[in-house]
Design a protein around this ligand. Structure first.
Ligand code: TYD
Ligand code: MG
Length: 467
C-alpha cells in the first residue's frame, strides 16, 4: 500500500495524524493541525558506519563553572559541545545561578553569550551588579529569535551559550507560539545540532509548569546530554541541584546552595544543614542519614497520624514516594501491630529534599509508631534501613559511613539493620542492630530495652541530649 505523502502535525503537542481533524486527538486543542510532508523512509543521507576507536575519544577538557558544587553534579565541569537543561520552579534561582556561572566562565577568558527572553538587558545588568559580578567579556542578548541567538553565538565563537529560558525562544521555521511543545522540541534540536557542530557548551533554562508535564522541560529530557533540576522547600533558603540524567557523569549527584542577598553560595559541607529541630523531642520526628550524591546527609523525617475524619484515609508524602509509604503502612499493620487503617497519615522529609533511596523505610516506620503512640524518639537517635514485605529489615549501602557521620554530628544511638552494624565500635555511638521491623519499633520507642548481644557497644540506658 502506498504511504500517505502528507501528515497533519499538531502545533501544540507535535502529535501527528494521517487525516485532518478540527481537534487534535492527542492534546484536544482545536484548529492546531498543520499539513506537513511525511518523512520518506530511507530518504535521509546515510553516514557510513565506522569502527569504534577508544583512543580517538580522549576525555574532553572540561571548563570549570566557577561553582564547585555545580561542577560536582556535572561530573567535573562543563563539557564543550554538551547541552544541559536546568529545570525548576519559577523564582527558585535558575537565572541567578547561571548568571553567576556565565560571569565566572567569562572572567576565566571564555567567550560567553547570555540570551535572555525573560528579562531586559537593564534588568540583567542590575542583577549582575547586585551579585557583584565583573562585566568583562560576558555578552547579554535580549532576544527571543533562536536564529538570531545562534548567529550571534557563532559570530562570537562562544564557549558557553545560556538560553534563559527555552520557553521564550522561537524558531522562524515553525509557526507555533513560543513555549508550545513543537516549538520547544524544534528549538532544542537546533541548539543540540549547534552545540555538536561548534563545540559551544549550551545551558538551557526550563520552567517547570505547575499544572503538569505538558510544555514543561520533561519533554526535552531525551534530547539533551544532561538534565539538572532545582529543588527547594518553600521558604527555605537552601537550594539543591540534582542531576537526573548525565551523559558525562553520575546521576543523582546533588549540589547544595544557599540563596543569600548576593546570589547563590555553595554549601561545601552540607551534612547537617537540614537539622534544625525543636528543643524538646517531639513525637513523630526522627533523624535519618541518607546518602545521595555521594555524601551522607542527615535529614529529619516527620510523621503525623491523625484519626480519620471522613471518607477514605489520606496518605500524603512530601519528598518521599507515596507508593512506598502505602507499602510500609501495610507492613506495619501486618508485622508490627501498628494499624493505621482508620487514620490519616502525613509524612515529610524536612528541608524540601527528595529522598530516592529506600533507607527511609525504617525511620519513617518508627516515626509513624511514635506519632500514633505519642511517644517521642530520643533526639540523639538516628535510624536508617530498608523494610521488606515480610517485615524484615534489610541493609542499605554505605552503612558504616552513615554511622560515622551521625556520630560526628553528635548522635549517640542508632537503630540500623543487623547487616549494617559496624565491625569495630564507633566512638560515642551505641548501635542497636535489628532484623525485624517490630524489633526496631520496640528498640526506638522503649528506652529501657537492651541491645541484642552482637551489637557493640551497648547503647546508653537513657540517651544523653545532643550538644
Ligand atoms: P531567579 O534567579 O530570578 O529565579 P528563576 O530564574 O529560577 O525564576 O531568582 C529569583 C529569586 O531569588 C528572587 O525571589 C529573589 C532571590 N534572590 C536573592 O535572594 N538574592 C539574590 O542575590 C538574587 C539575585 C535573587
Ligand atoms: Mg529567571
Amino acid at each position: 500500500m502506498a504511504r500517505p505523502s502528507t501528515v497533519f502535525v499538531c502545533s501544540a503537542c507535535a502529535a501527528s495524524t494521517p487525516k485532518w481533524q478540527g481537534q487534535c486527538p492527542s492534546c484536544g486543542q482545536w484548529n492546531v493541525l498543520e499539513r506537513r510532508e511525511a518523512p520518506r523512509p530511507g530518504a535521509a543521507a546515510r553516514e557510513p558506519a565506522i569502527p569504534l576507536r577508544l583512543d580517538s575519544a580522549p576525555e574532553p577538557a572540561r571548563c570549570p563553572s566557577g561553582q564547585g558544587e555545580l561542577d560536582r553534579v556535572l561530573g567535573g565541569g562543563i563539557v564543550p559541545g554538551s547541552v544541559t537543561l536546568l529545570g525548576g520552579d519559577p523564582g527558585i534561582g535558575k537565572s541567578t545561578l547561571l548568571l553567576q556561572v556565565a560571569a565566572q566562565v567569562a572572567a576565566g577568558g571564555g567567550s560567553v553569550l547570555y540570551a535572555s527572553g525573560e528579562e531586559s538587558a537593564s534588568q540583567v545588568a542590575l542583577r549582575a551588579r547586585r551579585l557583584g559580578l565583573a562585566a568583562s567579556t560576558l555578552e547579554m542578548l535580549p532576544e527571543t529569535h533562536l536564529e538570531a541567538v545562534l548567529a550571534r553565538a557563532a559570530e562570537r565563537k562562544a564557549a558557553l551559550l545560556v538560553v534563559d529560558s527555552i520557553q521564550t525562544v522561537r524558531s522562524g521555521e515553525m509557526d507555533a507560539s513560543a513555549g508550545a511543545v513543537s516549538q520547544l522540541r524544534e528549538c532544542t534540536a537546533q541548539l543540540v545540532r549547534f552545540a555538536k557542530s561548534t563545540g559551544t557548551a549550551v545551558i538551557l533554562i526550563g520552567h517547570v509548569t505547575k499544572d503538569g508535564a505538558i510544555a514543561g522541560p520533561r519533554v526535552l529530557e531525551h534530547l539533551v546530554d544532561t538534565v539538572l533540576y532545582f529543588e527547594s522547600e518553600a521558604g527555605s533558603r537552601f537550594r539543591i541541584v540534582r542531576a537526573i540524567k548525565n551523559r558525562f557523569g553520575a546521576v543523582n549527584e546533588l549540589a547544595f546552595f544557599a540563596m543569600t542577598g548576593t546570589g547563590l553560595k555553595e554549601v561545601r559541607n552540607p551534612s547537617a544543614i537540614f537539622l534544625a529541630r525543636a528543643a524538646q523531642p517531639a513525637a513523630g520526628s526522627i533523624v535519618t542519614v541518607m546518602r545521595e550524591g555521594g555524601r551522607p546527609l542527615l535529614i529529619e523525617l516527620q510523621a503525623l497520624v491523625d484519626r480519620m475524619r471522613f471518607g477514605a484515609p489520606r496518605r500524603i508524602a512530601q519528598g518521599l514516594d507515596a507508593n512506598r509509604l502505602a507499602m510500609l503502612l501495610a507492613v506495619l499493620s501486618r508485622h508490627a501491630a501498628v494499624s493505621l487503617q482508620e487514620h490519616d497519615v502525613f509524612v515529610n522529609a524536612v528541608g524540601g529534599v527528595r529522598i530516592e533511596e529506600t533507607a527511609w523505610d525504617l525511620p519513617v516506620g518508627i516515626a509513624l509508631a511514635s506519632s500514633l503512640q505519642s511517644r517521642p524518639v530520643p533526639d540523639s537517635l538516628v535510624s536508617f534501613g530498608e523494610v521488606g514485605l515480610t517485615g524484615e529489615v534489610r541493609p542499605v549501602a554505605y552503612g558504616e559511613e552513615r554511622l560515622q557521620e551521625a556520630a560526628k554530628q553528635g548522635f549517640r544511638l542508632a537503630v540500623v539493620p543487623r547487616e549494617n552494624a559496624p565491625r569495630k565500635p564507633i566512638e560515642g555511638l551505641g548501635v542497636i542492630a535489628v532484623s525485624r521491623v517490630d524489633e526496631a519499633l520496640g528498640a526506638a520507642l522503649s528506652h529501657s530495652r537492651a541491645a541484642p548481644a552482637q551489637a557493640p557497644p551497648p547503647p546508653p540506658k537513657s540517651a544523653p541530649a545532643r550538644s
